[in-house]
Design a protein around this ligand. Structure first.
Ligand code: IPM
Ligand code: MG
Length: 368
């Protein structure tokens, strides 16, 4: 019997309620697959700041250090509420970025996927969606502007200024590009390289390394695209993309656009992979405006569980089953209020009911 320890960081806003549903799914997976999962709950985010004085307390670091994988809910407060927390202890700067750095989770894998049958969620026309959207955005997660040197002050003319550097070394670039190629090799062998080399020196180096790394993957076709053009192409013709690779900030922005073309960031799970540790999280924020109402769809959180099965535990078929179970619930005509408007012809169910239905579907599927 395989045993895994999973750290559970429920986070803020809708985090706890969608995490509950992901846990239900993990419990079913445990039973069905003869696994032993030790779920270790630990504080993280703004809630941890208020209860423990720090958004990523030492005890949570210790729990995450021991874990085989980490499941993390969304974090953060509304713009106004954030002001109650000193700027460096706000959960994004005080918890999330430090966790990414601690485990060097340089590869952020963000599937942007909408089967044809769910095209009604998307703001795009059915003819644009065609047979469905199915791409993976790969975002470098521990370099670039997010982690570069930062300086603020008052300049010689008495003006307040800021300097924030987009920094990468060749190894950091090569390692994320390898990730892009490996995933492209498992799929259609087409890799979109997203850059801004007409302006940024960082992209010039990025592309130089791209040319070198490409030699190791002769079967993969590389398509270069400027990041601004990619934003347009994502709206006009999203089905041309299969695997996209890009630096941190580009990936932050384009992956949210990915959520936009699907119809909701609520449909965006993700995996953050480092050399020794991985954590899994929805790509979206904590949606404080709908927290506690039971209307948030747990798809991104349960999808993050599916990604954990795939990337941390090599349970490929069970990961597929989890995706299929969720699609199945949508295909049966159910949705939650965050994804669908009343009158959209769907049966509106709550966060908990969605989780229950996923569990029901998954339980009915054969195991290997
Ligand atoms: C994401 C989020 C984070 C980021 C925030 C919460 C710091 O937007 O994972 O995309 O900017 O990386
Ligand atoms: Mg983001």
């Amino acid at each position: 019997m395989s045993k895994y320890k999973i750290a559970i960081l429920a986070g803020d806003g809708i985090g706890p309620e969608i995490t509950e549903e992901a846990i239900k799914v993990l419990k079913v997976i445990e039973q069905r697959n003869n696994l032993e999962l030790e779920l270790m709950h630990t504080p993280f985010g703004a809630s941890a700041y208020f209860s423990h004085g720090h958004p990523y307390p030492d005890e949570s670091k210790a729990v995450c250090d021991q874990a085989d994988a980490i499941l993390k809910g969304p974090i953060g407060l509304s713009h106004e509420a954030s002001k109650e927390i000193p700027i460096d202890l706000q959960p994004e700067r005080g918890a999330l970025l430090p966790m990414r750095a601690r485990y060097n989770t340089y590869a952020n894998i963000r599937p942007v996927s909408l089967p044809k049958g769910l095209a009604h969620f998307s703001p795009l026309k059915p003819e644009v969606i065609g047979e469905g959207i199915d791409m993976i955005m790969i975002r470098e997660l521990v370099g670039g502007l997010y982690f570069g040197s930062k300086e603020t002050g008052v300049n010689d003319e008495g003006l307040r200024y800021v300097k924030e550097a987009l920094e990468y070394d060749e190894n950091q670039i090569a390692q994320i590009l390898h990730e892009g190629f490996k995933i492209a090799m498992r799929r259609k062998k087409v890799l979109h390289n997203i850059h801004k080399s007409n302006v940024l020196k960082s992209s010039v180096l990025w592309n130089e390394i791209m040319d070198e790394v490409k030699q190791e993957y002769p079967e993969v076709e590389v398509i270069h695209m400027l990041v601004d053009a990619a934003a347009t192409h994502l709206c006009l013709n999203p089905t041309q993309f299969d695997v996209m690779v890009m630096e941190n900030m580009f990936g932050d922005i384009l992956s949210d656009q990915g959520g936009g073309i699907l119809g909701s960031l609520g449909l965006m799970p993700s995996a953050c992979l480092g050399p020794e540790k991985a954590y899994y999280e929805p790509s979206h924020g904590s949606a404080p405006d709908i927290a506690g109402k039971g209307i948030a769809n747990p798809y991104s959180m349960i999808g993050s569980v599916a990604m954990m099965l795939e990337y941390s535990f090599d349970m490929f078929q069970e990961a597929e089953n989890v995706w299929a179970a969720m699609q199945g619930v949508f295909n049966d005509g159910y949705s939650t209020a965050d994804l669908s408007k009343p009158g959209a012809g769907v049966n509106m169910i709550s966060t908990v009911e969605f989780g229950d239905k996923v569990v029901e579907k998954l339980s009915a599927m054969p195991t290997i």
